[in-house]
Design a protein around this ligand. Structure first.
Ligand SMILES: [Zn+2]
Length: 149
């Protein structure tokens, strides 16, 4: 988990800094960050991309022996993707009351026959700060741009 958090802290991107990694035991299979802005695709979330890459690498449609590590609570789309691939475990950092769908909002796994092991809130304040800092920077640069005008 520390590995993905460090990656997210050091990420410099136009996208919300979220890192997702998939591993089987100690083997890292895939790791991705959000690419919504870069790819101009509204569902290119870190978890989705990491799952897609892991499926490709392993040439399978299920990840029932794999673990997902992600810095932010998955949204409803990503949680559904994780449900579809029957991921074994989900470890995430910051809770996301606004868009998260594991412990908030639609609580995908509460309404599913499939439920992975889920641990949320790992290094919660550290992970929250990554996203908070990103949005603070955006607001700052917007304010500076407005001043120039
Ligand atoms: Zn998502």
């Amino acid at each position: 988990m520390d590995f993905v958090i460090k990656k997210a802290e050091n990420l410099s991107s136009a996208d919300v800094p979220v890192i997702a990694a998939i591993s089987i035991g100690d083997d890292l299979i895939s790791m991705e960050n959000n690419k919504v802005e870069i790819a101009n695709c509204s569902f290119y979330h870190a978890e989705f991309l990491a799952v897609q890459e892991a499926l490709r690498i392993l040439n399978t449609r299920y990840l029932s022996n794999a673990s997902l590590y992600v810095t932010l609570e998955p949204c409803s789309f990503c949680a559904t993707v994780l449900e579809k691939v029957r991921i074994k475990e989900i470890f995430f950092g910051a809770y996301d009351p606004k868009c998260g769908a594991v412990f908030h909002n639609s609580k995908i796994f509460d309404h599913s026959l499939f439920r992975p092991n889920i641990i949320g809130g790992i290094q919660e304040s550290r992970c929250s700060k990554i996203v908070e800092r990103f949005f603070k920077e955006i607001r700052k640069s917007k304010n500076e741009r407005n001043k120039v005008k």
